[in-house]
Ligand binder design. Structure first.
Ligand code: GCU
Length: 434
């Protein structure tokens, strides 16, 4: 079992350090992988308001504590979520009614965030089961290497935006090539998802904001900052907020698509995009199910558990992901007025699923489970069954109530096993509504 380490065994972190303006790393911050060295901590009570009022009913949660928690995450971790754009515009979908050998309807839609053609836009790829009857429930998630990377389907547009170089994936001079088609198909079992009656939608996260520190000079940031004086406020949005905002724009489109059942859309994300899925689900309650796959630090993992990646690592390697205030909490986790169980609780009472991988110690599987568990009181107070587990379950033994959790064997990745569990979870929560 080889834990991902910072930065040597963590090539992505290394890559971004090179692109980042953070000071050159002298010695990496220490990383604890010894359970016996995790010191005790007290989590903030998600059902206790800042003024000491106890939340004992849904109305107080909805009207007082939930907005308070959302504000805490906006102020101290991810930055403030910008309002939906006024003029979002969708190009007419380009449709292949018989894609994937006749198994799917493929749609590609360019979403102009701000209505203007010269400003950033995002290309959404949607596959709908060919023989669907009526509007179809869907999974949506951002991808790391362009829509063309999720399947070898030659009809998918090759993304032309900046992408991190990857020889194995055919990304050369920061641009995708024909060789890049389908390189990430193992994480997107499209036919498997379609066969279960779900549509699948995805977009490249780099269409929204680049995943390197360039002082917020590209993607949606320049447009957001147009009205400001150029200085970055302590709660200015970072890239995770930008990507989550992009997911909401995809949702804006999906709500207009007659083939999609927009009331049954699950947002799923892996790793940094799992952090993004959680933040998207917290801000945008149109996402009916929220799924975090191996999201780790800044995602489902508890900050107060000093195991694997911590704020001291993440804010140094990825200074562009969070708001400036977050880095002031390096080694001061216990002073944060929030922890990640409160982020998970923001999904309540919607179903939420947290998944870990056994070898993914950098993401701290136990911390991810404990965060899901600590969100349980909010789910129960709202009248749902929360997470029906007192102990962390065994490997490959999923538990599911309105909160679901599993730890599977293997490494940091998205596998068919993970997808099968997410579809089981969606079936269970949605079948009576469909
Ligand atoms: C790095 C980073 C993690 C992140 C992961 C990923 O390992 O430290 O926080 O989740 O990259 O997105 O793949």
């Amino acid at each position: 079992m080889t834990p991902r380490r910072f930065p040597a065994a963590c090539p992505l972190a290394t890559a971004f350090l090179i692109g980042a303006s953070a000071p050159a790393a002298v010695a990496p911050p220490p990383t604890n992988y010894d359970e016996s060295k995790v010191s005790s901590y007290t989590l903030p009570d998600p059902l206790m308001c800042m003024d000491g009022t106890r939340v004992a009913d849904p109305a107080t949660w909805r009207g007082k504590r939930r907005p308070e928690i959302l504000e805490l995450f906006s102020k101290y971790e991810y930055g403030r979520m910008p309002a939906p754009p006024v003029g979002v515009r969708f190009d007419p979908p380009r449709i292949d009614p018989a894609a994937l050998g006749g198994k799917a309807i493929r749609k590609q839609i360019r979403i102009h965030f701000f209505g203007q053609s010269g400003e950033p836009s995002m290309d959404l790829l949607v596959y709908i089961p060919k023989n669907h009857v009526g509007p179809t429930p869907a999974f949506i998630g951002l991808n790391f290497y362009g829509n063309h990377s999720i399947h070898s389907d030659p009809g998918i547009d090759l993304n032309t935006n900046w992408m991190r170089d990857n020889k194995e994936f055919g990304v050369v001079n920061n641009r995708a090539t024909e060789t890049s088609r389908g390189v990430r198909s193992s994480r997107w079992p499209v036919e498997r998802i379609l066969a279960r009656g779900y549509a699948v939608a995805t977009a490249y996260y780099g269409d929204i904001a680049p995943d390197f520190f360039d002082d917020f000079k590209s993607g949606v940031f320049p447009v957001w900052q147009k009205s400001g004086d150029g200085t970055r406020a302590s709660d200015a949005p970072g890239a995770i907020t930008a990507w989550a905002w992009g997911l909401s724009r995809a949702m804006d489109y999906l709500q207009t698509d007659p083939d999609i059942d927009a009331k049954h859309i699950a947002v799923m994300g892996h790793s940094r995009l799992g952090k993004t899925a959680l933040w998207a689900g917290a801000n945008d309650e149109r996402f009916a199910i929220v799924i975090s796959n191996d999201s780790g630090c800044g995602g489902a993992d508890l900050h107060r558990r000093d195991f694997g990646e911590q704020i001291r690592h993440i804010t140094r390697a990825f200074p562009h992901w969070f708001c400036p205030a977050f880095s002031t909490y390096v080694d001061r986790e216990s002073e944060l007025p929030l922890d990640q169980h409160m982020l998970i609780a923001l999904m309540a009472p919607r179903p939420v699923y947290v998944a870990s991988a056994e070898q993914d110690r950098w993401a701290d599987p136990k911390g991810e489970f404990l965060a899901a568990k600590a969100a349980d009181p909010v789910y129960r107070m709202l009248g749902t069954d929360g997470l029906p587990a007192t102990e962390m379950p065994a490997i490959n033994a999923p538990v599911a109530g309105t909160i679901g959790y599993h730890i599977r064997d293997g490494k940091h990745d998205v596998t068919d096993y993970d997808w099968d569990r997410y579809m089981d979870f969606a079936d269970r929560h949605w079948h009576q509504n469909r």
